[in-house]
Design a binder for this molecule. Structure first.
Ligand code: ZN
Length: 89
């Protein structure tokens, strides 16, 4: 069975390959785990503009404690990057 994960923005559950995975590096900077194989705790977000935008808002309002310990600024940077990636496709 494929591992099922949950989007941090909309809470929908899907196979993990259907999400972007974001992890924290040693310096608490958010990075995109493109191959989903970095062995650390990660969060998942749907590959759509809406969830990425919603996650941005959640972070800006500090409404949610993320399961990973990252600097907000680096997290927002990663989300901008992901947003652009979607926009291009
Ligand atoms: Zn979602």
């Amino acid at each position: 069975m494929k591992p099922i994960r949950c989007c941090v923005a909309c809470k929908s559950r899907k196979n993990k390959e259907e999400f972007f995975r974001i992890v924290a590096d040693k310096n608490n900077n958010a990075i995109i785990d493109k191959n989903q194989n970095i062995n650390t705790r990660g969060i998942y977000v749907c590959k759509n503009k809406q969830c990425i935008t919603n996650l941005e808002k959640i972070i800006l309002k500090n409404r949610m404690k993320l399961k990973i310990n990252v600097e907000n600024e680096s997290m927002l940077e990663v989300l901008r990057e992901l947003g652009e990636e979607i926009w291009e496709n």
